[in-house]
Ligand binder design. Sequence first.
Ligand SMILES: [Zn+2]
Length: 339
Amino acid sequence: MPVRERFYSRTVRRANGCLEWIGFRKASGHGMTSLNGKTMHASRAAFVLETQTELTTEQHVLHTCDNPACVEIGHLYVGDNKQNVSDKIARGRARTPTGAANNRTVLTEAQIEEIRSRRARGETLREISVKVGCSPNYAGQVARGMFRAGPPYVRSEYAAARAEQRARAGATQTTEVTPLPGEEWRASKFEGYTVSNLGRVIGRQGFVLKQSTSPTDPRPVVGIGGTPVRVHVIVCEAFHGPRPPGQEAAHFDGNPANNRSDNLRWATRLDNENDKKRHGTYYGRGLRKLTAKDAKSIRSELAKGKRGIIARLAEKYGVSRGAIVSIRDGKTWISVVND
Ligand SMILES: [Zn+2]
């Protein structure tokens, strides 16, 4: 297929005159494609295709219509990055989807409504939190209108357009991935992403996604729309149903790398923390400041038993003295042994 024809086969005309890209799109809404062997925004590719001009890296293709997915040549112009940023702020486009339109939102619009009506009837925040499945603090903030006050900012008709496109092509997406023995695939809540009972994730392009971990969090993530998403959570959702309010995805065997569906379940935070204590993978609540390597060095420093060492270590690692004592007494970082 000629380049131009192929390019426009992946677009759809909107009532407002925009020509929207329905191929791969980033979380920001920008279409992505390749032209002359280079990956670029679809809008940039449209500009190059239509005008046959070479653009420098400083030149950005911007939208008069404020629709990042649009590739209508009449809606595109060339500007620099500074202009792009100021246009973005001026048009209030520097925002992410909110409320139910954001796929990380936990409470539904109905639950938000329930919090407000219960509060209006004079129920206590604690009562409400138990009924709805959120913290009393969050219930209070929702009731006061601090969060979820406006209508959710909804994404474009992207999802519908993609479904249309697939239906037109009559395509059940085929992948090149060979299933492992006993592997079963299910759709995840992210459109175009499939997860397996063995903890693998297939992306929109039909390939198994690379999983990574960070030094402070051993739970593997995959990148979805530019955001790291925890694998155990999407596997749990696909195989054990949506997350019950206030619960988290827990590993039966305490091994964060074992994301087989039969090793996962929805559990309360308390359950999960008790599990972790049993498995020796409990590192305390909240964000971990220390890495396993830190805990090791702290233990070996402590073993030398110098005066004032607890205060010095607390200062050095930016944690409380209690945190150092817990490591010494084996209450935290139990699994980290000095070798
Ligand atoms: Zn447009």
